[in-house]
Design a protein around this ligand. Structure first.
Ligand code: SF4
Ligand code: SF4
Length: 429
């Protein structure tokens, strides 16, 4: 949903003219302006004179649907009369992402400039969710091997994609926010249950996830290096769930259709982990959904730990069922899950070394030939800052997913051909 954020109010000249009244201090005329949003007073100040600038960044952001009315008034100790209204502004949802906006309010002698912006509430929702995860009795916290989560600015993206694409995306984003709000609510309850064992339920959870539409399910134990810097999660056991995206839409990347498919998959998968958490709770255990977009953990690494695949040079998970073309979400639980499992997908790294298609295709050259080991020893070739800068302004990019052979060919066929090639190379040596 759109969110209105006030930034500042500048007074150029005041309304009151009578130097002898209550609004004059040492002969300087002052107003007592206040702001209404949707007829509710959201901010006021006792005195403001020409040249003053009030910082409004502390005013709580206001979410709204299509539009919201904002009014600037001047308190003058008498009952409110229309005469006290300095100006009115209608803020529309389609202003999302246009950055800082200014509006002059003028009436009689008074002149003010209000600076504000309209953002997608999603940016703030991420932080609210992160905060709700904190403080459990079994919390697993990030450590000095953790990396920061990439900052994803929905506002900048909206500004870059244009009005038509923005309007098309709006319903999907609103749905995504509703689902995200449900995850926030579920994360806000106390999560202090002791760990409990029940091996029979593992299969039931797996089957339920597949029945709900997941393409791939795994179990693992989260370690501090997989948690983003400064974040924490309530339990160490994790159900990891992946959902395939639409190959045909990804084949058009970068495009509005591709962006819509990514956003849709985020929504559907977000709803799935919310529902699956409810089911785990019905089975008698605690469960906290971790949405597909945002989240406090590095999903590709988590899925790799769960034996679901291996990450490719593009930094994404490559899995047998979905190749590179999937989104991942998770659920933290106090139900003890099986975590010891071999990863049969390590050969993918050798394949990647001989492929490099994503490196050549990446428009901003954000994928490096050489992997850079992270502090915790994970494998990464992607310059996340460069990638993010590009995908934010190019419909979530996804070119590396489109170009990866695992998106268009089956995992098994690639593996077979790769192993055949390795055997014949060995024979000719
Ligand atoms: S999403 Fe685009 S910019 Fe980012 S690594 Fe992939 S191809 Fe490069
Ligand atoms: S395009 Fe090639 S190098 Fe890049 S992730 Fe896919 S298989 Fe690996």
């Amino acid at each position: 949903m759109p969110e209105l954020k006030f930034i500042s109010l500048k007074c150029h000249s005041t309304d009151d003219t009578d130097e002898s009244d209550d609004h004059s201090v040492d002969g300087i005329i002052e107003d007592e302006p206040y702001l209404l949003a949707d007829h509710e007073r959201v901010w006021s100040v006792r005195r403001m004179k020409a040249g003053d600038i009030e910082d409004l960044s502390g005013v709580e952001p206001i979410t709204f649907d299509e539009r919201i009315g904002v009014e600037l008034w001047d308190e003058d100790d008498r009952a409110r009369s229309d005469d006290d209204q300095i100006g009115r502004l209608m803020v529309q949802a389609n202003l999302i992402g246009l950055g800082e906006l200014r509006r002059d309010f003028k009436r009689k002698n008074a002149k003010y400039t209000l600076t504000y912006k309209v953002t997608r509430a999603l940016d703030n929702l991420f932080l609210r969710y992160d905060e709700n995860l904190k403080g459990g009795a079994h919390a697993v916290k990030s450590d000095d091997t953790s990396r920061p989560r990439n900052r994803f600015s929905v506002g900048e993206m909206d500004m870059a994609i244009g009005l038509r694409a923005r309007n098309r995306k709006l319903p999907v984003m609103m749905r995504q926010q509703r689902i995200f709000n449900e995850s926030i609510k579920k994360a806000s309850e106390p999560h202090n249950r002791d760990y409990e064992d029940n091996p029979e339920l593992v299969e039931v959870i797996e089957k339920t996830a597949y029945d709900m539409g997941a393409n791939l399910v795994g179990f693992t134990e989260v370690t501090p290096d997989l948690i983003y810097a400064g974040k924490e999660v309530p339990y160490r056991y994790v159900v990891v769930v992946a959902m395939r995206m639409d190959n045909e839409k990804i084949a058009t990347a970068p495009s509005v259709n591709c962006m819509m498919d990514v956003a849709n998959t985020h929504s559907v998968l977000g709803a799935l982990v919310n529902r699956l958490s409810d089911k785990i709770k019905e089975m008698g255990y605690d469960a906290v959904p971790s949405p597909a977009l945002g989240g406090a953990v590095d999903y590709p690494s988590l899925a790799r730990m769960a034996g679901m695949g291996e990450y490719g040079r593009h930094g994404l998970l490559i899995s047998p069922f979905n190749g590179s073309c999937q989104r991942i979400a998770a659920i933290f639980t106090n139900l003890e899950l099986p975590v010891e499992k071999p990863n049969p997908h390590k050969w993918v790294r050798d394949f990647c070394s001989s492929c490099g298609k994503c490196i050549r295709a990446c428009p901003p050259n954000a994928i490096r030939e050489e992997s850079v080991p992270t502090k915790a020893g994970h494998y990464s070739c992607v310059e996340h800052g460069e990638c993010l800068l590009y995908l934010t302004t190019h419909f979530l990019c996804s070119v590396c997913i489109k170009e990866c052979p695992f998106t268009t060919m089956s995992y098994d066929r690639i593996k077979e051909a790769f192993e055949r090639g390795a055997r014949s190379r060995a024979q000719t040596r």
